[in-house]
Design a protein. Structure first.
Length: 448
C-alpha cells in the first residue's frame, strides 16, 4: 500500500514538474516576440492631411515567427487599450480576442509580465503572456500580449503521464515482488521454527534442531530449555504417580480385608466409604497417567502404544478368560502397526476396560475394527458386541462416574467413565452407539 501511494505521489509530481518545465519553455519562447512587439510600437503623429484626427498606433516591424502570420497558426499577438484592440496578428483572421481578459490586463503594473489563460478563436486553450507598455506620445497605457495554443502541450503532457504511469507501474510490480521476496526471505527462519515445533509436537524430535539467525537463536535456546524443564517435570509427575499408587493401594487393600470381618451397619458404611476412596484413587491415577501420556515426545518413542498389538494381545487374553462361554473375538480393518500418541500402559487400561465390558455382555461374538485416517492423523477403533446393548436415552448416563446401569452385575461403575476420561485427555473422543450386531458399539478416535 505504501509503495503504491509513494509511486502515485511521485507520478503526479513528475507530471506536474514536466508540465511546469514545458510551460516555462513556452514562456521563454513568448518572451522574445513580447519584447519585440514592445520595442516596435510606434505612434504616428496627426497631420493636416489626416483631417486633425488623433495620432495612430503602429508597428515598425512584426514578429518574425510564421505562426503569427498564418490564420489560426497557434501563435497570436495583439495590442490592447482598455477594451479596444487597435493592433493584432494575422493569425486571428476574422476573430477578435475575447474581452474577458480586459480587467486582468488593466491591472498589470509596470513592465512585469503577467500570465493568463484564454479560449482561442477555435475554442482551443491558450496561455497568454502580457506586459504593460507606456509610450511618450500615447496618452493611455497599452498592453502587449502574446498567446500560444497549448493543445500540443496538453497532448505531450498526457503522453508523458501515460509513459510515467507505465514505467511506475512496472516499478511498482518490481517493488511489490521485491518486498514479497524480502519478507518471505526474512520470515524463512520463522517458518523453519514453525516446522521444527510441528515436528516436536508430533514427536519426531526431542528439541528444536537446525541453524537459525542470531535474532531467532535466543528464542530457540529458551524453547529448548523450556522443553528440558517440561520433560523433567513430567518425569517427576510420573514417579509421583507411581509412588502414590503404591502408597495408597496397599493400605486400602489392608483396610478392605480388615473391614470384611465387620458386621452390621458400621461395617457396611466402612466398606462403602473404602470403595468410594478406591474409585477416586483409580480415577485420579488414570487421569494422571493420561495427562502424562499426552506429553509424549521423541524421548518417549519406546513407550508409545501400538494399537494393533495392544488389541491383539487383549483379545487373545480375554478370549481365554471367557473361554467357557465360547465368545468369539474378531479383528478387522487396518492390520499394520499403528503408533499412537498414547502410552502403552494407558492404552492397555483404556481398551482393557472397554473390551472386558464387551466380553462380559456379549452373547457369542466381539468384533474390533481399526481404520486409519492418514490425512487427519487419527485412528478410529470400533468395539462391537452382540449383547443387550444400552438404550439411546441411557448412553449418556452410562458415561457418568460411578453409574451402574445394572446393579446385579459386579463392578464400580467406573469402566466407561475412566475410558471416556482417558480418551479426552489423550486428545480424542468416545461415543456410544448401536452395533450392527444388535449390541453396543463403542467408537474411539485417537491421534496417531
Amino acid at each position: 500500500m505504501w509503495i503504491t501511494l509513494a509511486l502515485l505521489l511521485v507520478g503526479v509530481l513528475l507530471v506536474v514538474l514536466f508540465r511546469h518545465h514545458a510551460e516555462q519553455e513556452l514562456a521563454a519562447r513568448a518572451a522574445s516576440p513580447l519584447d519585440a512587439l514592445a520595442a516596435a510600437l510606434t505612434v504616428a503623429p496627426s497631420t493636416p492631411a489626416d483631417g486633425g484626427l488623433a495620432p495612430r498606433l503602429g508597428l515598425a516591424e512584426e514578429p518574425s515567427d510564421d505562426a503569427f502570420k498564418r490564420p489560426y497558426g497557434g501563435a497570436y499577438w495583439w495590442v490592447t487599450e482598455d477594451r479596444a484592440t487597435p493592433l493584432r496578428s494575422r493569425s486571428w483572421w476574422d476573430a477578435e480576442p475575447a474581452p474577458q481578459l480586459a480587467n486582468e490586463l488593466g491591472q498589470l503594473v509596470d513592465a512585469r509580465i503577467g500570465r493568463f489563460e484564454l479560449v482561442g478563436p477555435q475554442a482551443q486553450p491558450l496561455i497568454v503572456w502580457a506586459r504593460r507598455v507606456e509610450l511618450a506620445d500615447w496618452e493611455r497605457p497599452l498592453v502587449v500580449a502574446v498567446a500560444y495554443d497549448t493543445t500540443r502541450l496538453e497532448g505531450v503532457t498526457r503522453d508523458f503521464a501515460r509513459t510515467v504511469a507505465w514505467a511506475l507501474g512496472a516499478l511498482a510490480v518490481a517493488l511489490w515482488a521485491a518486498s514479497w521476496w524480502q519478507v518471505r526471505l526474512g520470515l524463512a527462519p520463522m517458518r523453519r521454527l514453525q516446522q521444527a515445533l510441528a515436528g516436536l509436537r508430533a514427536g519426531r524430535s526431542i528439541q528444536l534442531e537446525g541453524r537459525f539467525p542470531a535474532e531467532v537463536q535466543p528464542l530457540v535456546n529458551e524453547l529448548n530449555a523450556l522443553l528440558d524443564d517440561n520433560d523433567r517435570l513430567v518425569k517427576q509427575a510420573r514417579e509421583q504417580t507411581g509412588n502414590l499408587a503404591h502408597a495408597l493401594k496397599t493400605p486400602l487393600a489392608v483396610l478392605s480385608n480388615a473391614s470384611a470381618g465387620w458386621q452390621g451397619d458400621e461395617g457396611e458404611r466402612l466398606r462403602e466409604q473404602l470403595a468410594r476412596i478406591d474409585r477416586q484413587v483409580e480415577l485420579q491415577l488414570a487421569r494422571a497417567r493420561a495427562t502424562a501420556a499426552g506429553t509424549l515426545t521423541a524421548r518417549d518413542a519406546d513407550r508409545r502404544a501400538d494399537a494393533a498389538a495392544v488389541v491383539d494381545s487383549l483379545l487373545h487374553t480375554l478370549q481365554h478368560l471367557h473361554g467357557e462361554r465360547g465368545i468369539r473375538a474378531v479383528r478387522v480393518g487396518y492390520l499394520s502397526p499403528v503408533s499412537l500418541a498414547v502410552e502403552s500402559d494407558v492404552l492397555y487400561e483404556l481398551l482393557g476396560n472397554l473390551l472386558d465390558n464387551a466380553f462380559r455382555w456379549a452373547r457369542s461374538e466381539v468384533r474390533v475394527a481399526l481404520a486409519v485416517d492418514t490425512h487427519a492423523q487419527r485412528l478410529r477403533l470400533d468395539i462391537d458386541d452382540d449383547g443387550p446393548g444400552i438404550p439411546e436415552l441411557r448412553r449418556e448416563e452410562a458415561l457418568q462416574r460411578g453409574r451402574r446401569l445394572d446393579e446385579t452385575e459386579p463392578g464400580s461403575g467406573l469402566g466407561l467413565a475412566i475410558a471416556d476420561e482417558l480418551v479426552r485427555l489423550g486428545g480424542g473422543n468416545l461415543q456410544l452407539a448401536e452395533a450392527p450386531m444388535g449390541g453396543l458399539r463403542v467408537s474411539l478416535v485417537l491421534p496417531l
